[in-house]
Design a protein around this ligand. Sequence first.
Ligand code: PEP
Length: 259
Amino acid sequence: MPRIITIAGNWKMNKTASESVDLAKPIIQALNNQNEVAVIVCPPFTALQAVSGLIENSSVRLGAQNVSDKASGAYTGEISAAMLRDLHVTHVILGHSERRAYYSETDAFINKKVLAALENNLKPILCVGETLDEREGNKTFDVIHTQIKGGLAGVTIAQAENLIIAYEPVWAIGTGKTATPALAQEVHAFIRKELSALLGESVAQKTRILYGGSMKPDNAAALLAEQDIDGGLIGGAALAAKDFLALVESGKAAAGKKA
Ligand code: PEP
């Protein structure tokens, strides 16, 4: 069974609730109930409810950009997995490099959130990736190994069915610098090997590994053609419906070729 190509949009801290509706509407209308590609949109927390109402009968899935590691209680400012589930959120981006860099999230902390998400039927999109310094210091594979092992500690084989990984080289995020398809493929293959060592070959073969980092309509086809690149986590290009839909089209074309 080929892995289903997945195109996920990370809207980051952009768009009010009403602007999110304006962005989501044409995407949902254009995609309707297609199921060749899995499509996930991840608006900010404040827009989840509004977008949730739009996707009710659509195949487009709703993702959040963070979740608390705690279930409930006195944790001011936090949002629990159950609160997200209540809004029909199915996915959650965790370990994004912006949260690692600006909010000091460690692998151990990210791991708690991964486990909280999985225990509550939310599918984590766990982001891993090296900085430019780490790449230039030949540390890429060490960094990815540590992030995968740390982020997935305690995840069971059964839970891993709901896991998505995103390889996002930090130097390519929002910079316009994309990893070449060959370079990205090399790291994706490494991640799959790490998954195999950690959770077994069957999990490794089933798990989708998305690429993120300045993926755009003009470079997506070449990236998605690579054997171990199963989709994209898209930042900037997810903020324009036309570009995002073009990326979904690239995903459909790649799915056709990989089938
Ligand atoms: C991201 O932040 O997840 C991302 C991939 O951003 P961009 O596409 O803008 O590089």
